[in-house]
Design a protein around this ligand. Structure first.
Ligand code: FAD
Length: 642
């Protein structure tokens, strides 16, 4: 039996981004003793990078906005594959979550009459994104951290201990969710600095670990995004939903190579920036799909007038949902009308005075000046698609955020699936984090409290297995004279394969090639070896993360092969149309053999099995929010009939 430090908590939240912190605050406020564990420094989660804003139909800038309009936009953006109840809860509750942030000390930008200002973003009918310049995520995290500190101060006053009911374990990684029978019993963790293992015993675990972007070569995502929570859920027996839907944000930096993929916020277009090809043409007018034709301007003049008079003009097509804009840029570059470094031009310099650009887009101004020596007040930016967000994720119950099939497991934020359907609208992530972070914390606390004395016990054999699995890279044996595999090489090959073969435009033969490459990498990853010791050893950390990235990449590839249509963040060149009959289908990924774990799975056949499941019919009063003519474009015949 492995001798390890153990601590007992009611709720363990894995992840300290927006979703994790909001979940932790709620669980603690419900009276649960709550631990938060995160692999980066506290305050450094990916959420801190969010730029443009948080979507909530407060109607401060256009009083026509309300939750029903927000719901409609979200469903349209997701091409009606959203778990509709999540989209409903999200649209209804987002304004309260933003106002709540203000009461906790957030300082949003204001309108002239002193209300929270809201800006335009792609796919949102009205100006809806509450923001703090282009540094909204920073303010969100700062506020939630401050709230956590204030709760800890309350505990100090009451119990003489800041960490009596809320403790943060920073720079610690969870590698396994532990279970007794089918129920959660805790988490196996290691401290990154010392390499020390420890166990957090708890009947409820909330996964809030963010996304998967680091499986792709060109990405806007931070180093933490190795799909850990997705993999932890799979390994614990929970299914992942619709993993084929990966969002490629249309505007990442393309030059210089060292910064390729870093995000150029959508606010640039929301505030008036336009996309041009090498002929100087605003090409987006050529790419408005039929389903959106009535809602977007037909001429540059109309599009430009919309910024001043949105009630009498239609919005410019630069503000189409992200999947449409990313595909359009891809087509222009492929047709030879790209910029010198393989992107297109995004211009604000001819659209706004320099001082306005510096005020409204301070981070972008700084980012381009520092990283590319481009002054965006005087010249256009070069931009191209970058892997940005995963819509697929842990299949959860809409109201409670409970992961399906594993009592005690909850998920919120980017790691959870369903809310955004096949494509997320900008700004809808930050609101998702708060709405479902809160719900996950609430229901995890209630679940833990209902168990009272009958809590699941940690299974010692599982702890031993988790420790052995984590130590394996230190004892990788050379095979047939070949040295152990280098985790960095494996990671680069994985990223290249996913980028080239399961990227923005997909084809049957290429996805099959990717699956073969993944099978090869899986075999090689078992021989991934590291040198040195457990004290801060990034090669070892990466070797452990590889298990997660390989699992998640296989989910993306298998689901992408199965879905023979194009929808949102999944574009098949060989199946270019959206197929209404696929709207009824969710694809669930499960681990091939959950009872025996990874060792039992055949390395070539793969570790993932796909199951097709029918989507739940959309509630009638929500369907009634749409015109019949619009529904005909999305819904299958039998659904319309029903
Ligand atoms: P994160 O904030 O990423 O937090 C994940 C946490 O999990 C981290 O603390 C991490 O350390 C921890 N973790 C991961 N694995 C483990 C493990 N194994 N063990 C322990 N801890 C672990 N969305 C918007 O709505 N509006 C925007 O304006 C916007 N701008 C964006 C700009 C950029 C540049 C990017 C990249 C994204 C943007 N997004 C935006 C998307 C949004 O930021 C993310 O979807 C969101 O922040 C995800 O939050 P989260 O709480 O789910 O995860």
């Amino acid at each position: 039996m492995t001798q390890l430090e153990r601590q007992q908590w009611d709720v363990v939240v894995v992840g300290a981004g927006g979703a994790g912190l909001r979940a932790a605050i709620e669980a603690r406020e419900q009276g649960a003793r709550t631990a938060v564990i995160c692999k980066s420094l506290f305050g450094k989660a990916h959420t801190v990078m969010a730029e443009g804003g948080i979507a909530a139909s407060m109607g401060n800038v256009n009083s026509g906005d309300n939750w029903q309009v927000h719901f409609r936009d979200t469903m349209r953006g997701g091409k009606f594959l959203n778990q509709w109840r999540m989209a409903e809860l999200h649209a209804r509750e987002a304004p309260d979550r933003v106002w709540e942030l203000e009461t906790w000390g957030a300082l949003f930008d204001r309108t002239a009459d002193g209300r929270i200002s809201q800006r335009n973003f792609g796919g949102h009918e009205y100006p809806r994104l509450a923001h703090v310049g282009d540094r909204t995520g920073l303010e969100l995290i700062r506020t939630l951290q401050q709230k956590i500190v204030s709760l800890q101060q309350d505990d100090k006053r009451e119990f003489g201990d800041y960490e009596a009911r809320l403790k943060v374990f920073q720079e610690c990684t969870v590698t396994r969710v532990l279970k007794e029978d089918d129920r959660v019993s805790g988490a196996f963790c290691y401290e990154r600095e010392s390499g020390r293992f420890f166990v957090l015993e708890a009947p409820a675990v909330v996964l809030a670990t963010g996304g998967i972007g680091k499986s792709f070569k060109v990405t806007s995502n931070s180093w933490e995004y190795t799909g850990d929570g997705h993999a932890l859920a799979l390994l614990a027996g929970a299914p992942l939903l619709n993993m084929e839907f990966v969002q490629f944000h249309p505007t990442g930096m393309v030059w210089p190579p060292s910064v390729k993929g870093i995000l150029v916020t959508e606010s640039v277009r929301g505030d008036g920036g336009v996309l041009r090809n090498s002929d100087g043409k605003r090409f987006m007018f050529d790419y408005v799909p039929d389903v959106f034709k009535e809602k977007y301007a037909e001429s540059e003049e109309e599009g430009d007038r919309w910024y001043e008079d949105p009630d009498h003009n239609r919005r410019p097509p630069e503000l189409l949902p992200r999947d449409e804009v990313a595909r359009a840029i891809n087509s222009e570059v492929k047709a030879g009308r790209g910029s010198p470094h393989g992107g297109v031009f995004l211009d604000v310099s001819t659209r706004m005075p320099a001082e306005v650009i510096r005020r409204r887009l301070p981070s972008m101004h700084h980012q381009f000046k520092e990283l590319a020596d481009v002054d965006i007040t005087a010249e256009p930016m070069e931009v191209g698609p970058t892997c940005h967000y995963v819509m697929g994720g842990i299949a959860v119950e809409s109201d409670t955020a409970a992961a399906r099939g594993v009592p005690g497991l909850f998920a919120a934020g980017e790691v959870a699936g369903g809310m955004h359907g096949s494509n997320r609208l900008g700004g809808n992530s930050l609101s998702d984090l708060l709405v479902f972070g809160r719900r996950a914390g609430l229901h995890a606390a209630e679940y833990a409290s209902a168990l009272a004395g009958a809590r699941p016990a940690v299974d010692e054999a599982q702890v031993d297995l988790a420790a052995a699995e984590a130590l394996r890279p230190f004892s990788a044996e050379p095979q047939e004279g070949a040295a152990p595999e280098n985790p960095y090489t494996l990671h680069q090959e994985l990223q290249q394969a996913m980028n080239d073969l399961v990227g923005i435009i997909r084809r049957d033969a290429e996805i099959r090639q990717a699956l073969e490459k993944l099978a090869e990498l899986r075999v090689r990853a078992r021989r991934a070896g590291v040198e040195g010791h457990r004290q801060f050893n990034p090669g070892w950390h990466l070797a452990l993360d590889l298990r997660n990235m390989l699992l998640v990449s296989e989910c993306v590839a298998r689901a992408a092969l199965e879905r023979t249509e194009s929808r949102g963040g999944h574009t098949r060149e060989d199946w270019p149309a959206m197929d209404r009959s696929w709207r009824r289908a969710n694809l669930l990924c499960r681990l091939a053999d959950p009872t025996e774990g990874l060792a039992a799975t055949d390395p070539v056949r793969g570790q993932i099995r796909l199951v097709r499941e029918e989507t739940e019919p959309i509630r009638a009063d929500l369907l009634a929010l749409f015109e019949k003519e619009e529904l005909v474009k999305y819904l299958a015949e039998e659904e319309l009939y029903e």
